[in-house]
Design a protein around this ligand. Structure first.
Ligand code: FE2
Ligand code: FE2
Length: 211
């Protein structure tokens, strides 16, 4: 299938992959301080960027609903938006729980997300769906990268976060499939539009991990 490779990393609890077996063994022994510092930095970066990303996703769907909410595709967008609200709330809870500083770019992602959602929706249903496909493909890959990093660091310690990210990754990829089902590829200048949005998302991820 179109994105089957993005669903390929599901081994946090499987106990069959080499990565998981190796890291499970190392988690049973005492960890040096430098390793704990690495874990702390990893969690800091992951929670900060995912919080920013889910806020951005919430605003994208809000923008799409502002334009297309009363059309036939409204309920489809609303369903995806409801899941994004849950993703955002989850990371809003994890930020204070892990004492993570949110990115200073939140006000920008707030406006940029809404503008991206509304702007692509103005191209029609297909434009909104093309935006969804591009964003969710980027986020699916991003979450898979984080799953690999958490597994490498300590799959036992990160079991709960891994479960959360894997669930959200699966839901993002369901959004991607919905976008394709609803004619994303029929959007005007689909390929160019998709590439621009993916590049923008990757840049937003890079920045939100760092500042
Ligand atoms: Fe999400
Ligand atoms: Fe999503």
């Amino acid at each position: 299938m179109y994105v089957s490779h993005l669903r390929s990393i599901t081994c946090s609890i499987c106990r069959t992959c080499h990565l998981h077996k190796a890291t499970s063994r190392t988690s049973l022994v005492a960890r040096p301080a430098s390793s704990q510092a690495t874990t702390s930095a990893l969690l800091d970066r992951i929670i900060r960027v995912d919080h920013a990303g889910e806020l951005g996703a919430d605003r994208i769907y809000a923008g799409q609903m502002a334009v297309l909410g009363k059309t036939a595709v409204g309920p489809v967008i609303q369903e995806m938006w409801d899941q994004e609200k849950h993703h955002r709330e989850t990371f809003e809870r994890l930020i204070p729980e892990h004492r993570v500083r949110p990115t200073v770019l939140l006000p920008i992602w707030n406006i940029a997300g809404f503008a991206l959602g509304a702007g692509t929706a103005l191209l029609g249903k297909e434009g909104a769906m093309a935006c969804t496909v591009a964003v969710e493909e980027t986020i699916g890959g991003h979450y898979n990268k984080q799953i690999r990093q958490l597994l490498e660091d300590d799959p036992v310690k990160h079991a709960e976060l891994l479960k959360t990210i894997q669930q959200f990754r699966d839901e993002e990829l369901e959004h991607l499939d919905k976008g394709l089902e609803h004619d994303a590829e029929q959007a005007p200048m689909y390929s160019a539009l998709s590439n621009v949005i993916k590049a923008g998302c990757s840049a937003a991820i890079w920045l939100s991990e760092r500042i």
